[in-house]
Design a protein around this ligand. Structure first.
Ligand SMILES: Nc1ncnc2c1ncn2[C@@H]1O[C@H](COP(=O)(O)OP(=O)(O)OP(=O)(O)O)[C@@H](O)[C@H]1O
Ligand SMILES: [Mg+2]
Length: 471
């Protein structure tokens, strides 16, 4: 068995891993093509011929191969037949009584067919961690093969396992995995998500897995760098969840003594973070540019809003690209009070630009962490969107998400029975903590001098590897 301790942070957006020999802890380089090589984008691209592409390359493959390509859906005969019960034509004779209808059933053979994207080169999966909690989402069919959610997650974890084994120079069977405080506010869904992540870790080759709360790991990561008696809070806001913990560490001691003498006073968390914020931007700034407020026809009917939910769920946007929907949109465009916007919607659906829209919104959000205004520009064929977004307006758009995060922070304080003034330092980590409005929220509660920014993408993995020694 390996003498090294391993920590794996499977993130909604980015994953990272660290190893520790007990004295030293180092974060592994998981994706050389990524702008932050120590973090691996949690993206999976499955190609038609079964190729699995992970990380930054997955996004590249999707854009090169899938985007700009006309989506063609066809009714495909699956070359199978099933016996189906069909209600028979009711016996209209005098003795017929409706109550007997259920009895009068016959079976008939039905050919099985499905609407499929016949020429799709591959599928991209993003934010798989957020799907773990949905009982109903067991898996998905990709080019005729069904993959369970655990198998999809395991494909990403396998890539991490490979890097871990290579860096360790031997197979590492045991790892401490991070988990959010709450995958879901529903305890049943939370348990389902953890169980699935454990199965996925097992499938990827980690034979023994121990779970540790992600914010607690980030707290340990900092605490072992000092020898002071401290009451610490961690606020870790990533792509999928906002996680909070309050912990105490006694004075002095080496890392081992400090971890052994620590106490978790309170934790809290909500599944509201960066992905939710991106959706707010798309809804607020981009939906109207695709005609969400438009009306059509002589009766001035509003455009059905389900079309827009499909834009948010871009991974399934291709399903709208049926001849029927596209023809209907052409007709709507002709009688619309916003024909350009409806034309843009048609183009978005037909050419599969949903992912690009999501990426643009996310990129604009990130830019607003360093500049006070930016443009969301989406220029593809007849889609000509140039939407200005100012930091102040952005803060306003995400106000209720910030309120939800603050509720979680207050919940952690209450669970720990502390007041804001009792906390020595508030450690921040996770990409969403870079948003100025999030920082301002924390500054106004705790004061700027008590905020300590830890490494955005690797502090959880480092803490997990440190904790792995004692877990
Ligand atoms: N400079 C930035 N400004 C604002 N948001 C950012 C910035 N950089 C990254 N983000 C956002 O941070 C999120 C990713 O952060 P992180 O990698 O910490 O999440 P994660 O660990 O994958 O997710 P989780 O911990 O929720 O499972 C994304 O939503 C991303 O858009
Ligand atoms: Mg994280």
């Amino acid at each position: 068995m390996s003498k090294l301790f391993c920590g794996v942070d499977f993130g909604t957006t980015n994953s990272s891993a660290a190893l520790s020999d007990g004295d030293r802890t180092w974060v592994l380089e998981l994706d050389r093509t990524n702008d932050v090589p120590k973090s691996l984008p949690s993206l999976l691209y499955l190609s038609r011929d079964g190729e699995q592409i992970i990380g930054r390359a997955a996004a590249k493959a999707f854009i090169e191969r899938n985007v700009d390509r006309e989506v063609k859906l066809e009714q495909v005969d699956l070359d199978a037949a099933i016996e189906a019960y069909v209600p028979s034509e009711p016996d209209k004779s005098e003795s017929y009584r409706p109550m007997e209808l259920a009895e009068v059933r016959v079976t008939e053979g039905v050919r099985v067919s499905a609407t499929m994207e016949v020429n799709s080169p591959g599928r991209l999966f993003q934010s798989l961690k957020s799907l773990l909690r949905y009982r109903a989402f067991r898996g998905t069919e990709v080019f005729g093969q069904t993959y369970q959610i655990e198998e999809l997650v395991a494909m990403i974890l396998q890539r991490i396992k490979q890097s871990v084994d290579e860096a360790a120079g031997e197979p590492v069977a045991r790892a401490v995995f991070g988990r959010p405080v709450r995958f879901s506010v529903n305890p049943e869904e939370d348990a389902v998500a953890e169980r699935r992540l454990r199965v996925a870790a097992g499938l990827s080759g980690f034979e023994e897995v121990v779970f540790f709360y992600e914010p607690v790991a980030a707290c340990v990561e900092y605490a072992v760098t000092t020898d002071r008696d401290l009451k610490l809070m961690v606020v870790d806001i990533g792509g999928g969840t906002c996680d909070v913990c309050v912990m105490t560490f006694g004075a002095g001691g080496n890392a081992m003594e400090r971890v052994a003498g620590s106490h978790i006073l309170g934790v809290a968390g909500v599944p509201v973070a960066g992905d939710a914020i991106d959706r707010e931007i798309i809804q607020e700034k981009l939906f109207p540019r695709f005609g969400s407020q438009s009306r059509y026809g002589p009766a001035h009917l509003p455009i059905p809003q389900f079309l827009f939910n499909n834009i948010l769920d871009w991974q399934n946007l291709y399903k709208l690209s049926t001849e029927e929907t596209l023809n209907w949109l052409v007709a709507v465009e002709m009688s619309s009070d916003q024909p350009e916007a409806i034309g843009a919607l048609h183009c978005l659906i037909q050419r599969n630009y949903g992912y690009l829209v999501a990426r643009e919104a996310e990129a604009a959000k990130k830019r607003l962490s360093s500049v006070t205004e930016t443009d969301i520009a989406i220029m593809r064929e007849i889609i000509q969107i140039h939407e200005r977004l100012e930091r102040i307006e952005f803060a306003h758009i995400i106000e209720h998400d910030l309120d939800t995060m603050l509720d979680s922070i207050v919940e952690a304080e209450n669970a720990a029975q502390v007041n804001p003034g009792d906390i020595d330092y508030v450690l921040t980590t996770g990409g969403t903590c870079l948003i100025p409005a999030v920082r301002e929220m924390l500054e106004s509660r705790y004061g700027v001098d008590r905020l300590i920014q830890r490494d955005t993408f690797t502090s959880v993995a480092t803490g997990l590897a440190v904790a792995a020694r004692y877990a």
